[in-house]
Design a protein around this ligand. Structure first.
Ligand SMILES: [Zn+2]
Length: 162
């Protein structure tokens, strides 16, 4: 079925329908990051609205095999929140995420919420990064991402299809 409408929608920060319980959980996940400036949290919700996984940047939640291959493939990078969440999903196929193959059916049409807290505890831009996370999440066939997008210093909530 073709998608109708814009690939990105922007809504007010407080009134957006995407500012829901999962968005709040993504904020909580961001608070768990050991980092000071870049604190991101990610929440993955399946197509039926069930919470699948959560993670934070610099998190140590991903399973050890996933972490090994992640740091091998992205040397010098920290663990990104989205990948922390992907890498802790209990699945024999979790490594296929790094090989950019779909992981079973689990993530198909799922949604990822990404929240960033700045050093001043304010919402910060949190679109999944274009170098690591976006391409992997797209290959994993997630449907869309909900993240913070700032315009002239004001935060908005963006929903973008992969
Ligand atoms: Zn990333």
């Amino acid at each position: 079925m073709p998608r109708i409408g814009a690939p990105i929608t922007l809504g007010r920060f407080d009134g957006s329908s995407f500012n829901d319980e999962f968005f709040a959980l993504a904020k909580k996940a961001a608070q768990k990051s050991p980092f000071r400036v870049f604190r991101l949290g990610a929440i993955i919700v399946d197509r039926k609205g069930r919470l699948i996984s959560s993670g934070c940047c610099g998190g140590e939640h991903a399973n050890s095999h996933f972490k090994y291959f992640y740091f091998k493939r992205f040397p010098g990078k920290s663990m990104h929140a989205e990948m922390d969440a992907i890498g802790k999903i209990p699945s024999e196929n979790v490594l296929s995420a790094l090989r950019s193959r779909p992981m079973l059916d689990l993530l198909r049409n799922a949604r990822i919420y990404v929240y960033r807290l700045t050093e001043a505890n304010a919402p910060g831009n949190s679109r999944p990064c274009k170098d690591i996370c976006w391409p992997i999440l797209k290959k994993l066939e997630l449907r869309d991402a909900v993240y913070i997008y700032k315009i002239d210093g004001e935060p908005y909530i963006a929903r973008e299809y992969f």
